[in-house]
Design a protein around this ligand. Structure first.
Ligand code: HEC
Ligand code: HEC
Ligand code: HEC
Ligand code: HEC
Length: 232
């Protein structure tokens, strides 16, 4: 082989070895198949989190935190990271081009960037329908789906100076337990707040095996049957 061919071969090998990093895409992609979770989530404060940055919103809370009640913080990079989906990440929220499906704390803020794993959901759903064949959940984790949650929540809820969370770094949340005890946050309690996450709906067990969060079974035991989405 001449040197040019060798170089081409080497480049091709490198390209094949690079696995596409998962990107944020916005909740519309998820909601088309998970209509029940979408509709429930739309009623949460996570869904409307961006509204809290608008002028005139949450006046008393802002005054207490020494924030300007009349200022528009919706483009402020010290704020939007925790009030939108995937800020600063591939495909995530960009204040200069605010796609409406990335406004607020959306599906992918908790479940992880969906460009890769959502394709597996579709494929697994079809395999299950046709042959009752379940797919290992590990494939989803490998494609970037989150099953531990705790760190993701902490990055927004426990991100302040003096926090018990080791990962804390600027920009911090202005609303801390030191400001008011009502801003105390405890993962085990918070994650069971269906009014803040979304209600839980019964899974058909299309996916099987680890990783699963400790509360999965508990949530499934009290889950309701979902309204079926169009499945695209
Ligand atoms: C083409 C349809 C489709 C799309 C798009 C889709 N999903 Fe799914 N998803 C499914 C199916 C089917 C299942 C299996 C449901 C079951 O077991 O009853 C599933 C399962 C899940 C589960 C449960 C996994 C488990 O532990 O068993 C979560 C969480 C989830 N999807 C979140 C999302 C999110 C977030 C998005 C957007 C990034 C998304 N899905 C996009 C079809 C889809
Ligand atoms: C991207 C940042 C972000 C992530 C990730 C996030 N949250 Fe939130 N959360 C917020 C914001 C911002 C609010 C307040 C929204 C508002 O009032 O405008 C909030 C509100 C809440 C509330 C309601 C608080 C109250 O006083 O009633 C609970 C409970 C909560 N989150 C729990 C969680 C849990 C549990 C997770 C992880 C599974 C999580 N959050 C993930 C940013 C986030
Ligand atoms: C590190 C993440 C983070 C950053 C940065 C952040 N917030 Fe938030 N914000 C939160 C969380 C988490 C909550 C929910 C607190 C709770 O209810 O326990 C929240 C709640 C709020 C609320 C509602 C408070 C209430 O009691 O009604 C307002 C208003 C708000 N944020 C404005 C801002 C503004 C303005 C900025 C920028 C100066 C900002 N936030 C930056 C995470 C953040
Ligand atoms: C604030 C965090 C948070 C947000 C935002 C969020 N989820 Fe979830 N979701 C969870 C948690 C926690 C579970 C429980 C996981 C388990 O039981 O294994 C869950 C479970 C699910 C499941 C499994 C079935 C069920 O209902 O429990 C699906 C499907 C799902 N979410 C889809 C979505 C979709 C679609 C969106 C956006 C419209 C969304 N989620 C937004 C935290 C979140």
């Amino acid at each position: 082989m001449n040197s040019r061919l060798l170089l081409t071969a080497a480049l091709l090998l490198t390209a094949a070895a690079v696995v596409a990093a998962p990107a944020y895409e916005g909740r519309r992609k998820c909601g088309s198949c998970h209509r029940s979770e979408l509709e429930s989530w739309e009623k949460t404060v996570h869904a409307t989190a961006m509204d809290s940055l608008a002028p005139g919103a949450r006046v008393e809370a802002r005054k207490k935190a020494k924030l300007d009640p009349d200022k528009d913080y919706r483009q402020d990079i010290d704020c939007v990271g925790c009030h939108s989906t995937g800020f600063g990440k591939e495909g995530g929220y960009d204040p200069k081009d605010p796609g409406k499906y990335l406004l607020g704390v959306g599906c992918e803020s908790c479940h992880g960037p969906g460009s890769e794993y959502r394709l597996l959901h579709r494929k697994a759903g079809q395999a299950f329908e046709k042959k009752k064949q379940a797919t290992p959940r590990q494939q989803l984790a490998d494609a970037g789906q989150e099953f531990h949650f705790e760190e993701r929540c902490a990055a927004c809820h426990l991100n302040y100076k003096g926090s018990t969370w080791a990962g804390a770094k600027k920009p911090y949340t202005p609303f801390t337990p030191a400001l008011d005890r009502k801003y105390s946050y405890e993962f085990g309690k918070a994650v069971r707040n269906d009014k803040a996450m979304h209600e839980h709906f019964r899974l058909e067990k299309v996916f099987t095996g680890p990783p699963l969060p400790s509360f999965h079974q508990e949530f499934q035991e009290r889950a309701r049957p979902p309204a079926r989405g169009e499945e695209e």
